[in-house]
Design a protein around this ligand. Structure first.
Ligand code: NAG
Ligand code: NAG
Ligand code: NAG
Ligand code: NAG
Ligand code: NAG
Length: 369
């Protein structure tokens, strides 16, 4: 009050109103910025607005095309999406796979690869109006320890795409397909087998469980080791021919997590033609995806020493050893390496997904056993 009375001249009044105007403009700007920052205001981003419930109606029509939008390519490596990729390459019908962000508002599923999110290289499009019934999918092929901190991603995603069998869409590193024509057992030629046990390791860490098992096994039987940390580095073209000369291949995963079974089994061992000795998730996880009598699980033995003894005996018994290959009469291995195929597979599951699903605690889900 006192101050008001002090200001008497027109000049000072003008100065005050100018100051007040500046103050008001600044405040409005501040509030706007705050709103934007907190996501209270949404920027349309030049996209055609659509009826927010349109996708809901469409998502009950099973004879229409499902649109999968990949928001950015994993590891920044893009692939060709021209034509009707899902149908042309994988014979998956009514499935449109796109990577154009302008198609956001009409996409049934938007897919986000975890690596770029946790690295901060990509962000979720919170600024866009998220159509009701649009599903956001979280995709990762890493073991839990390599997924980073997932706590910020609570209550965001509706779907998961991982190697886990309990994901909404399972994307295993490899799988078996039945052989169309019944094969016959091709006796494995053992003449070229020159090593009992082989291990290929590029990332050797002494704290890994697999390193301890290797040390113990190597104390019992000879283990030939290849890989970057040894002098026996292997080129990718030498990998399978080298493994084919071993009776057994140590398909040891670096992370022991539910369903985490990588190309070490599917490619290195099965395609290399050595019997896999596996260390990874529990025996039951392997039994769920791999044929019986096609692998040897470390947990099946009371000690690593006994495992070594078993391997030595088995290599000497040609008939019993060859029985570990009899699954090849009925099955062939398929390696999964193409992101497009994983994404097209969403369409196969789409109509059987629950109408409503939210991963309220993605971190807990990702770390659960
Ligand atoms: C969706 O379906 C409901 C009832 O089935 C209807 O009232 C509504 O208009 C539809 N919305 C759109 C966008 O088609
Ligand atoms: C379902 O989708 C197909 C293809 O878009 C369309 O021809 C058909 O009319 C739709 N059915 C209903 C009930 O909306
Ligand atoms: C659905 O996609 C196929 C290609 O996969 C295309 O030929 C067809 O025109 C599309 N149908 C509709 C209704 O969009
Ligand atoms: C054994 O290896 C040699 C050279 O590595 C190859 O030429 C030969 O075909 C192999 N024999 C069998 C039976 O695989
Ligand atoms: C997807 O998740 C969002 C965010 O929690 C939620 O609002 C929406 O209803 C969910 N949609 C479906 C189809 O489950």
């Amino acid at each position: 009050m006192e101050r008001k009375n002090v200001i008497t001249t027109d000049m000072s009044r003008e100065v005050v109103t100018l100051k007040m105007k500046k103050c008001i403009v600044l405040s409005v700007l501040c509030v706007l910025l705050l709103c934007l920052y907190n996501g209270w205001l949404r920027v349309p981003g030049g996209l055609t607005p659509i009826n927010p419930t349109a996708l809901c109606n469409r998502s009950t029509n099973t004879s229409r095309n499902v649109t999968i939008l990949l928001w950015y390519w994993p590891f920044s490596v893009s692939d060709n999406l021209e034509g009707h990729v899902c149908w042309d390459l994988y014979r998956i019908p009514r499935c449109s796979l796109v990577d154009k962000r302008s198609l956001f508002s009409s996409a049934d599923v938007v897919v986000f690869h975890n690596r770029e999110l946790i690295q901060g290289r990509q962000e979720l499009p919170f600024a866009l109006p998220r159509p009701q019934c649009q599903r956001w999918a979280w995709m990762s092929l890493e073991a839990p320890v390599h997924n980073g901190n997932l706590r910020p991603f609570a209550d965001i995603f509706n779907m998961t795409i991982t190697y886990r069998r309990d994901s909404d869409v399972t994307a295993p590193y490899g799988e078996l397909l039945p052989k169309e024509t019944g094969g016959h057992l091709v006796a494995n030629d053992l003449r070229n087998k020159s090593s009992l046990v082989c291990w290929v390791v590029s990332n050797y860490q002494s704290y890994h469980k697999r390193s301890q098992v290797y040390s113990e096994l190597n104390a019992a039987v000879p283990v030939k080791v290849y890989g970057q940390w040894t002098k026996n580095s292997l080129s990718s073209t030498d990998l399978l021919p080298t493994i084919s000369r071993c009776y057994f291949y140590l398909a040891f995963e670096n992370s022991l997590s539910k369903d985490y079974i990588t190309e070490k089994l599917w490619k290195n061992a099965y395609q290399g033609g050595a019997v896999p000795v596996v260390l990874g998730p529990p025996l039951s996880d392997y039994k769920a995806v791999a044929p019986p009598n096609s692998f040897i699980h470390v947990d099946e033995f009371a000690s690593v020493k006994e495992l070594g003894k078993y391997l030595q005996e088995l290599a000497k018994d040609k008939k019993r050893y060859n029985e570990y290959f009899s699954w090849q009469q009925e099955w062939k291995v398929k390696l999964n390496t193409d992101w497009r195929e994983r994404l097209c597979k969403i369409c196969l599951k789409y109509n059987s997904l629950p109408q409503h699903k939210v991963y309220s605690d993605l971190s807990a889900w990702a770390h659960s056993d």
